[in-house]
Unconditional design. Structure first.
Length: 188
């Protein structure tokens, strides 16, 4: 019997020796979680640094390529012109065609890149749909006048704002006349 008691006692000692206390296990888990959290933080910091450097390099590359790939970096409106129109008129008046020829010749003779934005506007009379159409026809007519004078289509855009961007509130026919226009914005 002594042998069996001795075996039971040895088995109990071995079993108890393999057991750890809850606080010991919790301490080990907490330490492991702290190391893991620190590693994650360090990796996130490294990733953020790499993203920042990548963005800076990309922005520098874009700035260097501006103008090289046919997309000049145009930062401001250097000139603007306004052409007034009669009610529902969409063709470019003859005196304006002469001015467009002069502007085109000046731009084409310059070494500076340029872009022309042509904005068609109307007064508030008529439907929104009709005003959008009339504004588009006005802008396109001016764009074609520039094209006829050698300005490439890639250097221009024509857009209609219809009656959505009036210069003045319309309380008289004179006010409506002011709002019937094409604005020519030259960016360099």
């Amino acid at each position: 019997m002594n042998t069996s008691r001795l075996l039971v006692a040895v088995a109990a000692c071995v079993s108890l020796a393999a057991c750890a206390t809850t606080s010991y296990v919790d301490g080990k888990i907490a330490a492991s979680e702290q190391r893991q959290t620190a590693l994650i933080y360090e990796q996130n910091t490294q990733i953020a640094g790499l993203e920042k450097r990548f963005t800076e390099v990309l922005e520098r590359a874009i700035d260097k390529l501006a103008g090289v790939a046919g997309e000049p970096k145009l930062t401001k409106v250097s000139q603007s012109f306004t052409v007034q129109y009669a009610v529902n008129a969409t063709s470019v008046p003859a005196p304006v065609k002469a001015q467009i020829a002069e502007i085109a010749a000046t731009l084409l003779a310059s070494d500076k890149p340029f872009f022309i934005e042509i904005q068609g506007h109307t007064d508030t009379t008529g439907s929104a749909r009709n005003n959008e159409r009339v504004g588009a026809k006005r802008a396109e007519a001016v764009r074609q006048a520039f094209r006829a004078n050698g300005v490439p289509l890639r250097s221009m855009s024509a857009i209609s704002f219809g009656s959505s961007q009036p210069l003045v509130d319309e309380t008289s026919e004179e006010d409506r006349q002011t709002n019937r226009r094409v604005e020519i914005l030259i960016m360099q």
